[in-house]
Write a protein that binds this ligand. Structure first.
Ligand code: ATP
Length: 413
């Protein structure tokens, strides 16, 4: 199953839109055992799209395109596809009915441009798009397949998950493919690899292990292919247990679970409430915690204490502490944890204070010096990070570290 992805859009070529569609599609296709052989971006222009399609169908079994299907006049992808297949266009009644219904719901009149959107190449099989107006289109070309989807990421994702991937699996996958994903935090890819070196070496050739590192976390994914799906699942369960036993202290979850979700589960289980006192992360940790549905059960609030006055007035950090040790210090984050616990009335708290860069560093405290503290009323633990990345990456890394630091702190209690 070789795939060529084509993203259509001038805005991608000029760097105004970052092509996240291909990255996401690549990940999903990899999960079903498809191999992405090329990703191409082409302009919203007839000849560019046409040569992209020709090359794609020479290169691969499947061509997936995103973008260029909207009601604006530069959206010529559909016309180009029809010409490529030497097909005319027909008005697709069902799509028109769906659009009219959708617009009526929002009190919008159907415009000529919307009607235009309902003309489809004659050979297209329409995949309804529940997330937007432009449907997906599936074409068969000999043994090959081409699918055209809108560019809006959430529409493309919905179509891929609900229409395209199930159809591709049915048409192309001959062998079952199964996965197990283990989420880890608190150590790097190399150390993790060292600890499981022998397990990895002993894997049979139909089972592969992939290390997928992010900032402060590493995802381990076991992928098995073969004819007997039940047997593969059994084998992967045994292997998963062996891997977990070996690297237990780093495992925080499975199947793309986020650290904030894993921490939330533990807080809920233990009946604990959490607050954050954030200087250098500016509420980022609170944002991540509140992005989890149901987090109000355990997350109570945050004091974004960027200025020293807020550290003193809202968190009771002592003036003497700030004067003697500075805002970026172990003593300050310790007092911030105590302050958050008492002012927010929570059981446990996270505090951060540091220099995220690129400016603000000194010889004594260079950019990337970040103090993190976690604790409860009777105990506070601290750690100093020395980070070397960009401002946004330093913030993300600190967020991951702090969430995992508290997770471990609670489990050790
Ligand atoms: P529309 O109905 O909005 O016109 P469309 O299928 O014509 O949909 P485009 O106009 O190409 O799609 O893109 C719509 C929006 O989707 C873009 O403004 C951009 O924000 C986003 N988008 C398009 N392609 C990509 C991509 N490859 N990666 C990420 N975002 C994209």
């Amino acid at each position: 199953m070789k795939v060529h992805i084509i993203t259509v859009g001038d805005e991608i070529l000029i760097g105004q839109t970052i092509d996240t569609n291909s990255a996401w599609m690549g990940q999903q296709l990899n999960l079903i055992g498809a191999e992405v052989v090329e990703i191409t971006t082409v302009a919203d222009e007839y000849h560019s799209i046409l040569s992209g399609i020709k090359k794609g169908l020479e290169n691969a079994d499947i061509v997936l395109t995103t973008g260029g299907l909207g009601p604006t006049k530069d959206d010529i992808t559909k016309k180009t596809i029809a010409d490529f297949f030497e097909e005319g266009m027909t008005f697709h009644e069902e799509t028109f009915r769906r659009l009219s219904k959708l617009f009526a719901k929002f009190g919008i009149n159907v415009l000529e441009a919307h009607k235009e959107q309902c003309f489809m190449p004659n050979n297209a099989t329409i995949i309804n798009n529940d997330m937007g107006t432009a449907p997906g289109m599936w074409f068969e070309h000999g043994k090959k397949v081409m699918v055209s989807m809108p560019g809006v990421p959430y529409e493309m994702k919905w179509l891929m998950e609900n229409g395209v991937i199930p159809r591709l699996k049915e048409k192309f996958t001959s062998q079952p493919i199964v996965h197990r994903t283990i989420m880890t935090a608190g150590t790097g890819e190399s150390r993790l690899a060292k600890e499981i070196e022998d397990l990895e070496e002993n894997l049979p050739d139909y089972i592969k292990l992939a290390f997928l590192p992010s900032l402060g976390t590493v995802k381990l994914r076991l992928t098995a292919r073969g004819d007997d799906e039940a047997k593969l699942n059994e084998e992967l369960e045994v292997l998963k247990a062996q891997f977990i036993e070996r690297i237990d202290k780093y495992v925080y979850g499975f199947d793309d679970e986020k650290l904030e979700e894993a921490l939330g589960k533990i807080l809920k289980e233990k009946g604990l409430t959490l607050g954050t006192a954030e200087s250098c992360t500016g509420g980022y940790i609170a944002h991540r915690l509140t992005s989890i549905s149901g987090s109000s059960a355990y997350f109570w609030g945050s004091v974004v204490s960027y200025d020293n006055s807020v550290k003193m007035n809202s968190l009771n950090v002592k003036t003497a502490t700030l004067e003697t040790h500075g805002a970026v210090s172990e003593q300050t984050v310790k007092e911030m944890v105590a302050g958050a616990i008492s002012s927010l009335g929570v059981d446990v708290a996270i505090a951060t204070s540091g220099i995220m860069g690129p400016t603000g560093g000194t010889d004594e405290k260079p950019v990337g010096t970040i103090w993190v503290a976690v604790g409860n009323k009777s105990e506070v633990k601290t750690h100093m990070l020395s980070l070397t990345k960009s401002r946004s990456k330093n913030i993300e890394y600190t967020g991951n570290f702090a969430l995992n630091f508290l997770r471990k702190f609670i489990l050790e209690q």
